[in-house]
Design a protein around this ligand. Structure first.
Ligand code: AMP
Length: 118
């Protein structure tokens, strides 16, 4: 599978589609999910062209991985959901029901999120 340069998150990174940005560092961008599943629902994406966690974990360099996961933690702190709790998740492939083929982590919080898998 090759990276689709026309996926919606690639367009956001190129500035062709607007997003509600909440955080950015050298290798990562975070913005609000357009269809939030919780009071706080933020997506964190790497700036590099990685299809999913499988691609990112295998091929990203150490600086990208460090900056990405620092961003995930910072987003949760900035959202004020550390004390009450939150969930991070990333869907990969068919069984994970990944919809957008650019690696992203969902950061969810602001309510009791229930059981881990519906
Ligand atoms: P996934 O199933 O993990 O690939 O989830 C993709 C997520 O991207 C969904 O939660 C969508 O609501 C979200 N999404 C799709 N398009 C946009 C957009 N333009 N801005 C923000 N979030 C989006």
């Amino acid at each position: 599978m090759t990276y689709d340069i026309n996926n919606i998150f690639a367009k956001i990174l190129r500035g062709e589609v607007l997003c509600d940005k909440v955080f950015e560092n050298g290798h990562a961008l975070a913005f609000k999910d357009i269809q939030p599943q919780a009071p706080e629902h933020i997506l964190v994406i790497p700036k590099g062209p990685y299809i999913s966690f499988e691609d990112f974990s295998a091929n990203a360099n150490d600086d990208e991985i460090l900056a990405f996961f620092r961003a995930v933690g910072q987003v949760a702190r900035d959202a004020g959901i550390v004390e009450t709790g939150y969930r991070i998740l990333s869907n990969h492939g068919h069984d994970g029901r990944q919809e957008v083929p650019h690696f992203h982590v969902h950061v969810l919080g602001g309510r009791d999120l229930g059981g881990m898998v519906p």
